[in-house]
Design a protein around this ligand. Structure first.
Ligand SMILES: Nc1nc2c(c(=O)[nH]1)N[C@H]1C(S)=C(S)[C@@H](COP(=O)(O)O)O[C@H]1N2
Ligand SMILES: [Mo]
Length: 495
């Protein structure tokens, strides 16, 4: 056992593991700030959270939305901090890709060299051995062992690498609406989406606890000696080598700190550039992994959430209020643009089309969710009737929503874009009814989009018309969604 060294690749993986895990942790805190409460129930009923990271209390009896519940964290704890969920997510997925690549490299070294013996116990004696080691640490003695790791370390490292790390990835995937839509049983393994989110957070805490434990053990065993192993690959270092290891280790830590500071500043100063840059890293694999999943959710009526939180305040402009005042009776919903056959419908005419009903889970990018029954018309109904021209590639959903509540106004009406493929999914509908009633104003009257494999911000409420287009780069700021333009979310949100 003693001859098991620390090959260069293991040392390299150790450095990048620290880098990516710390980026994942800080960007994870940013994401948590999007909805700083944790639940075990998917209805996210206010007051039912088991843990909260905000002092904000929503006013009773007054109207509030999920936007009001966000908590801007300090850039020292969150990447990038100051309420930048969109950018935090881009960093989270970028670091995740890096972490998985390093993890695969590490696993390859484990499997193809004798290094696996460092982690995998080969006899049951590891358990009594671990108890003995624990006793000796607790009495402030360093356990004597012939192997490179004592049994307690072996068990701790093995469970972090073989249990905790996979669990973080699996609970992360359980939060992808695309996966939950296609395989509704999957998040249920963890007790539902919110339980998965809670477990994902507990995983973060466990990683933190492990880091403290691991550092303490290294210090207890002799900081310089231990560092010489993982930094220089030298077992039994001379004092000079130990000192050199400490210096090299400090440089490593400084490099990681510098990357964090650079990423934070760059993100706070030029979020749009970070969005454009990381989009190239994150979006292609995200599309590849989730792109083909079609939602087929089937919740039961008794699972419907009683009083879900809305997001975004209803429009206040005169045009909308006038139409609302007359219950939209004289309003025409239109489908136009690059089509052979422009369409126009009144609400009663829409209700006369083949209805589609689905009980599905709404997942906001911020982290909260709810379950509702939606009634409306499949987009395919319109696509068949309007006959898109060959050059049509996207559907632009324009809305009555002037986003009056946003600071600065004048940001243009809320809009979103779907490609023809997403629009053709059977659970992609324009809903006029919710939970057996006509769609209420705060949930998107007169019509709202439901795209069950996407996060909530894609689902335009208060839709006024659909236009088929060949490109969305000349619409708004060109990101294919109002929130992608102004909050740096993405144009595609399966997770
Ligand atoms: N017109 C409009 N549509 C919108 C929004 C908005 O602000 N305006 N917010 C989006 C976001 S972020 C979410 S989570 C959902 C919220 O839907 P709900 O109000 O039914 O919860 O609507 C989406 N559609
Ligand atoms: Mo959202």
């Amino acid at each position: 056992m003693e001859q098991l060294g620390f090959p260069l690749l293991i040392r390299f993986a150790h450095f990048f593991n620290i880098l990516f895990l710390s980026l994942l942790a800080r960007s994870g805190v940013e994401i948590l700030g999007g909805h700083p409460m944790l639940y075990w129930n998917d209805a996210c009923t206010p007051g039912s959270e088991w843990l909260r990271f905000t002092r904000k209390k929503m006013p009773r009896g007054e109207f509030w939305t999920a936007e009001d519940e966000k908590e801007p964290y300090h850039p020292w704890v969150a990447l990038p901090g100051r309420d930048n969920l969109g950018i935090g997510r881009y960093w989270h997925f970028t670091a995740l890709i890096g972490w998985i690549l390093v993890g695969l490299l590490y696993l390859a070294v484990l499997i193809f060299t004798p290094e696996w013996r460092r982690l995998i116990p080969t006899s049951w004696s590891v358990f009594p051995g671990a108890v003995d080691a624990a006793k000796s640490y607790l009495s402030f003695h360093i356990p004597e062992t012939e192997a490179v790791f004592n049994p307690l370390q072996q068990l701790a490292y093995a469970s972090v690498i073989l249990l905790l790390a996979p669990l973080q990835i699996l609970t992360g995937i359980a939060m992808a609406p695309a996966v939950a839509g296609r395989f509704p049983w999957y998040p249920r393994i963890f007790g539902g989406r919110q339980a998965a989110r809670s477990l994902h957070f507990i995983g973060l805490v466990a990683f933190g606890a492990f880091t403290v434990h691991h550092t303490a053990i290294v210090v207890a065993h002799g900081f310089g000696d231990e560092l010489a192993k993982i930094v220089l690959g030298i077992t039994h270092a001379t004092p000079a080598e130990a000192t050199r290891a400490i210096w090299v280790g400090l440089v490593g830590v400084a490099v990681i700190l510098a990357i964090h500071i650079w990423a934070t500043r760059f993100s706070l100063r030029s979020p749009q550039r970070v969005q454009q840059l990381l989009q190239h890293v994150v979006d292609p694999p995200r599309r590849m992994i989730f792109g083909r999943l079609r939602s087929r959710q089937y919740f039961r009526p008794d699972q419907v959430t009683a009083d879900p939180r809305p997001n975004g305040r209803a429009p206040r402009n005169e045009e909308y209020l006038a139409l609302l005042g007359r219950s939209f009776v004289d309003w025409h919903f239109t489908v136009g643009g690059l089509v052979e056959e422009p369409l126009a419908f009144t609400l009663p005419e829409l209700r006369a089309l083949a209805p589609a009903t689905q009980i599905t889970e709404h997942c906001c990018i911020q982290g909260w969710s709810y379950i509702a029954e939606w009634e409306g018309v499949r987009l395919t109904e319109f696509l068949q009737r309007c006959r898109p021209r060959p050059e049509a590639r996207y559907l632009l959903f324009e809305t009555f929503d002037e986003k009056w509540e946003e600071e600065g106004h004048g940001l243009g009406n809320f809009y979103s874009v779907l490609d023809l493929e997403q629009a053709s999914h059977p659970q992609t509908i324009l809903a006029y009814g919710m939970n057996g009633k006509p769609l209420a104003t705060e949930y998107g009257a007169p019509l709202r989009l439901r795209v069950e494999d996407q996060l909530g911000f894609q689902m335009a409420k208060h839709v006024s018309r659909i236009t088929l287009i060949d490109d969305y780069r000349d619409i708004g700021d060109g990101n294919g969604n109002w929130r992608a333009d102004h909050l740096y979310y993405s144009d595609y949100a399966p997770i």
